[in-house]
Design a protein around this ligand. Structure first.
Ligand code: PRP
Ligand code: MN
Ligand code: MG
Length: 181
């Protein structure tokens, strides 16, 4: 296989910048949830890297679970109608839940997910995302923890994919035009 980095146009955030941001978010989360028994819910597959690094940067006890969701219909991603592909194994009754995401684009996936988890009797359902595209967001979903707000350009790496590739990049970057042609 070719070197993944040959396909990069521009690095938005380096491994070191991501590490620093994750530590900053983890410190805030530890502080805000002091004494609470928090369940981290990672949204497959994009959130795997954020979850792996964030969870290890946290200093208190946390548990982790995972969901896989998919927008209904073909083509038009983020229709807002979501199907559960893999559900949680954890009973949410009375739990403080923190959804962990890599990116909020339209925000429709998360708006649905937050409502769905609240309806299961969770005490609280907050959101932590590494990236958000404010100009693309179509909902008023409240996000407690945001790493960076970015312009609405297509980014890959650190869990984020283009046609399932580039998730294994250690940085967050835009892709060179030759990748799309
Ligand atoms: C991406 C991303 C978020 C979601 C954001 O996931 O990881 O989960 O889209 O989009 P939205 O804010 O417009 O709803 P994707 O559906 O590509 O699946 P993946 O995580 O497996 O790549
Ligand atoms: Mn995702
Ligand atoms: Mg994706």
């Amino acid at each position: 296989a070719n070197d993944v980095k040959d396909d990069i146009k521009h690095v938005l955030f380096s491994k070191e910048e991501i590490d620093a941001k994750i530590t900053e978010l983890a410190n805030r989360i530890d502080e805000d949830y002091k004494g609470k028994d928090v369940l981290l819910v990672g949204v497959l597959k994009g959130a795997i890297m954020v979850m792996a690094d964030l969870s290890r940067a946290l200093k208190s006890h946390y548990t982790m679970d995972w969901m896989a969701v998919s927008s209904y219909g073909s083509g038009t991603k983020s229709s807002g109608v979501v199907r559960i592909l893999k559900d949680l194994d954890t009973d949410l009754t009375g739990r403080d839940v923190l959804i962990v995401e890599d990116i909020i684009d339209s925000g429709l996936t998360l708006q649905w997910l937050q409502g769905n988890l609240k309806s299961r009797g969770a005490a609280s359902v907050e959101i932590c995302t590494l990236l958000r595209k404010p100009k693309s967001v179509k909902t008023d979903v409240e996000v407690k923890y945001v790493g960076w707000d970015i312009e609405p350009e297509f980014v890959v790496g650190y869990g984020l994919d283009f046609a399932e590739r580039y998730r294994n990049l250690d940085c967050i970057a835009t892709l060179a035009p030759h990748v799309y042609s």
